[in-house]
Write a protein that binds this ligand. Structure first.
Ligand SMILES: Cc1cc2nc3c(=O)[nH]c(=O)nc-3n(C[C@H](O)[C@H](O)[C@H](O)COP(=O)(O)O)c2cc1C
Length: 243
């Protein structure tokens, strides 16, 4: 089912990846591969390049591994995992991440008078703060403005606080997917999980209150009995359409 010496091509990795719920306890597991795949995963596209996520590694040697697995409702995908990766959203870091982008663009392109540079700086210095700032009533005001402007011209509608949170989770989910494909391509298996006690996980990992857990990914060499059934998908004609 897996061979750590083989690197799979993209479509092979996509086809062979399954959510595996029981991992091999005895053989070697190269934790460096997890690091390598996470470094690849942070190259995933993400909303406004704000990179509002944090990837927390909890390997089998960590004293937190067993308590964390228990908080995944005792799932075997967590208890047998050789390492757990907690994909955390950090919407709260928007200011520093916007500033990092702003500073990067400024230092890289400064001195070259350019409309595009002004636009980029305006994006991180003006638009992002408008979207991400949080104060009482602001979410509703943003939605009313979007509705009002949208009466006359195309307008982004997903500007409320819930949609901002969804956007941050979208990006974290893409990071997760890149990671899981990277692991499969490297000969390892994964299981994404959303069955966990997020409050207790945050406490255990000492995460700030504003952090949210996007998913926890169990990693290891999957055992055949860890695949619970044939892969099932709704007919592709129902899932893919052409207009
Ligand atoms: C966001 C998300 C959460 C999931 N949560 C769990 C989970 O808590 N436990 C579990 O066993 N599988 C979980 N899965 C795995 C799905 O059940 C699995 O991806 C789906 O059945 C399709 O199977 P496949 O991944 O083998 O193709 C989750 C998958 C995703 C994307």
């Amino acid at each position: 089912m897996q061979n750590t010496s083989v690197e799979l091509g993209f479509f092979e990795a996509v086809e062979q990846r399954r959510s595996v719920r029981i991992f091999d306890q005895s053989g070697p597991f190269d934790h460096e591969v997890v690091q390598k795949c996470l470094e690849a995963a942070i190259l995933s596209p993400n909303s406004s390049n704000l990179q509002l996520f944090e990837l927390v590694r909890v390997p089998e040697t960590s004293p937190l591994k067993s308590p964390l697995a228990k908080l995944c409702m005792g799932q075997k995908a967590a208890s047998t995992a050789r390492e757990l990766v907690v994909v955390v959203t950090r919407r709260d870091l928007w200011k520093s991440r916007a500033k990092a982008n702003y500073d990067y663009i400024k230092s890289t392109y400064e001195g070259k008078p350019d409309k595009k540079l002004k636009q980029a700086l305006g994006y991180y210095g003006n638009l992002i703060p408008k979207l991400y700032s949080k104060y009482f009533g602001w979410s509703i005001i943003k939605k009313v403005i979007s509705w009002w402007v949208g009466l006359r011209r195309p307008m982004v509608r997903e500007v409320g606080e819930t949609e901002v949170r969804i956007s941050v989770h979208k990006s974290a989910a893409l990071v997760s997917m890149t990671f899981m494909l990277g692991m499969k391509a490297s000969g390892y298996d994964t299981c994404p999980m959303e069955g966990f006690d997020s409050d207790r996980v945050k406490k255990l990992l000492n995460l700030p209150a504003a952090a949210e857990i996007c998913m926890i990914i169990g990693c290891g060499k999957g055992l055949p009995e860890g695949i619970y059934g044939e892969r099932f998908r709704i007919p592709k004609e129902e899932l893919i359409s052409l207009r």
